[in-house]
Design a protein around this ligand. Structure first.
Ligand code: ZN
Length: 187
């Protein structure tokens, strides 16, 4: 089980596969139609067919890109699963992960909702791991309320991260108010 992959990557929907199969099937039908229209010299109809061809090609291309992203997200997640410290240097990640520009990919995958529990600390060039299961029992993890939007979120004590909900900056400092909130949740 991965602490860093979201369900978007883990579960592929069946209806999506059926939809893609349908698109691929339509592509074949349209190509056959275009060929016969060209043979008959019906250029305008063939051109119209070409537009349909492109229309059904779009979801297929999107799927190919998504598939590649998912594969990269899995490679990153499995690497991070094997890390026992709470942060890694970005430079080290770039060397150890056998895909192009892993740190920038992590940023884009977090935005796309493929990866989670990861914070990029650009100031210190660190990839900070926030997986709850890993640190929640060590007491290094605290729950705070976002000062911007009020959402509750978990953060490592003393760390900085971006609010998942509003993008505001959060500090892992325990205030009295926040520690109360943790106590209530703990009951
Ligand atoms: Zn917020």
């Amino acid at each position: 089980m991965s602490l860093y992959l979201t369900s978007k990557v883990k579960e592929r929907s069946k209806s999506r596969k059926i939809y893609l199969g349908f698109c691929a099937f339509m592509e074949i039908i349209i190509i056959m139609a275009i060929v016969s229209l060209l043979k008959e010299g019906k250029w305008e109809s063939a051109l119209l067919g070409l537009l349909f061809l492109l229309g059904f090609a779009r979801p297929i291309f999107r799927e190919i890109i998504m598939e590649r992203d998912f594969r990269n997200a899995k490679i990153i997640a499995s690497y991070l699963n094997g890390i026992s410290s709470e942060s890694i240097e970005m430079q080290q990640m770039n060397q150890k992960i056998p895909i192009g520009d892993p740190v920038n990919k992590i940023e884009s995958f977090i935005k796309k909702g493929y990866l989670t529990n990861i914070h990029l600390d650009w100031e210190n060039n660190l990839v900070v791991l926030l997986a709850e299961n890993k640190f929640v029992n060590s007491g290094r993890y605290i729950e705070i309320d976002c000062p911007n939007c009020g959402a509750k979120t978990m953060i490592l004590k003393g760390r900085v991260k971006t609010c998942e909900y509003c993008g505001g900056t959060l500090l892992g400092k325990k205030s009295e108010l926040n520690s109360k909130a943790v106590d209530e949740d703990g009951k």
